[in-house]
Design a protein around this ligand. Structure first.
Ligand code: ZN
Length: 125
C-alpha cells in the first residue's frame, strides 16, 4: 500500500466534491451528522395542477434517492479519513486483511478487500 498521505489527499478532494453535490439537493444537520433532501423550489413554487404535482413527486423521489447514494459516499469517505487518523486504514472490515493497492487506488474509501467486495453493501453505515 502507498503512504496514507496519498489516499488522504484523494479522500479530502472526494469529500469536498461530495459535500458540494449534497449541498445542491440537501441540507446538513450538524447535530445528527445527517443530510436531508430539500424539495426543488422551482417546482414546489409552481401552481399545483396535477401534472406539476406528479412531476414534483417524481423529482422529489429522485432527489431522495440521489441524496441517499451521495450520503453513503459521504459516510464512506469520512470513515476512511477517520481510519487514517486511527491507523487502521486499508484493512478489510470483513476479513481484517490488507486491502489490495489497486482497489484503494480505484476507491480510496473501500471498506473491504477484493474478495469481500460483495459484502461491502451489507456493512452497517
Ligand atoms: Zn476481506
Amino acid at each position: 500500500m502507498k503512504d496514507t498521505a496519498f489516499y488522504k489527499d484523494k479522500l479530502d478532494a472526494a469529500l469536498v466534491a461530495v459535500v458540494t453535490e449534497l449541498s445542491t439537493i440537501g441540507v446538513y444537520d450538524a447535530v445528527n451528522d445527517n443530510w436531508e433532501a430539500v424539495p426543488d423550489q422551482d417546482i414546489s413554487n409552481e401552481d399545483a395542477d396535477e401534472n406539476t404535482s406528479a412531476d414534483f413527486v417524481e423529482s422529489w423521489n429522485e432527489r431522495r434517492a440521489t441524496l441517499s447514494d451521495l450520503e453513503r459516499e459521504y459516510r464512506d469517505i469520512k470513515r476512511a479519513l477517520k481510519k487514517i487518523d486511527a491507523g487502521t486504514y486499508g484493512i478489510c472490515e470483513v476479513s481484517g486483511e490488507q486491502i489490495e493497492e489497486k482497489r484503494l487506488d480505484a476507491r480510496p474509501d473501500a471498506r473491504t478487500c477484493i474478495a469481500h467486495m460483495n459484502e461491502e453493501s451489507q456493512l452497517p453505515m
